[in-house]
Design a protein around this ligand. Sequence first.
Ligand SMILES: NC(=O)c1ccc[n+]([C@@H]2O[C@H](COP(=O)([O-])OP(=O)(O)OC[C@H]3O[C@@H](n4cnc5c(N)ncnc54)[C@H](O)[C@@H]3O)[C@@H](O)[C@H]2O)c1
Length: 337
Amino acid sequence: MTILVTGGAGFIGSNFIESWFSLSTEKVINLDSLNYAANIEKISQFTNKYNYEFIKGDIGNEHLVKNLLKIYKPTTIINFAAETHVDTSIKNPNIFIKNNVVSFFNLINISKEYWNSLNMQCRSSFKFIQISTDEIYGSLKKTDAPFTENSPYKTNNPYSASKASANHIAQAFFTTYGFPTILTICTNNYGPYQFVEKFIPNVINSAINNQYIPIYGNGEQIRDWIYVKDHCNALIELIKYGTPGESYNIGNNNEVTNIKLAIFICDILDELSPKQCGDNYKNQIKFIHDRPGHDVRYSINANKIIKHTKWIPIESLESGMRKTIYWYLNKKQEKKF
Ligand SMILES: NC(=O)c1ccc[n+]([C@@H]2O[C@H](COP(=O)([O-])OP(=O)(O)OC[C@H]3O[C@@H](n4cnc5c(N)ncnc54)[C@H](O)[C@@H]3O)[C@@H](O)[C@H]2O)c1
């Protein structure tokens, strides 16, 4: 078996490859264009593995993707490749549509042609996994029930609109051509190696570098957090047991407001790395102008994946956050941040 991982140099993709290698010796081909969010240090740990190959390239490159599928003959394709930062999508939506919709279409369309060329046995075991986000469901009111896989898509920013578009394309490819797509729809991830523009690394990084900790609006937006390795383990279960044509929510019932989470992180930092002046990190928090179209609340009902696979999330918000904070503190000590 060979798995093609696209976007495998990013935060979740590189953690996924690490989790994959901890369970399997099957070959991984990592195709990544290495944009600003890619983490070369993280993927360099795989370089010497006999069953790993890295290819720098774009999922939108028709010739490259065609050749790659012809040469490596993957049995599974898992797509993490995307532009992922909501704020950037508000400033520059065109790269999100080009990358997350048009380039994605190239990947899935060529993958479908490749799948058509396989013999019956290989066709029936092949899977194409598209990694998506709970942001496609839009925003919940505080009293609403969590999103299920049947919740309608209701996007509020160019990032989520581009991700929802890719999901529609993947679903249409299953319905129209029988191409075996699986959609995975996950809540906010956190953990080591996340790019600093995202909420949790930004809070930790600003705190330990003595800068103000920016919180949008009143900080009352609610997010549902999952430790990245729990997400990766869920994906491995879906590669094994997921049913083509289905979508699966992935989450860990960790709803918390942004302001409470920032204070929680500051409290852990006070314990693990107290400031010399005796001050508390939370005094660095500063409320800034809110993001336009800012979703109020995300919450995921993950009962379906729990029922259909052996997956359960392991890390609590506290245990996962402590691991994450330790990692950033160590990086700071190594002067890598
Ligand atoms: N981070 C989260 O909280 C979260 C939650 C749910 C779903 N997701 C989804 O998971 C996926 C991965 O997210 P992430 O946080 O690891 O993102 P990331 O921004 O850290 O990494 C994305 C990776 O994809 C690569 N890439 C981008 N466009 C590419 C292209 N056209 N061709 C090849 N490579 C390309 C980048 O170089 C980068 O290495 C995304 O699809 C995202 O929408 C993320």
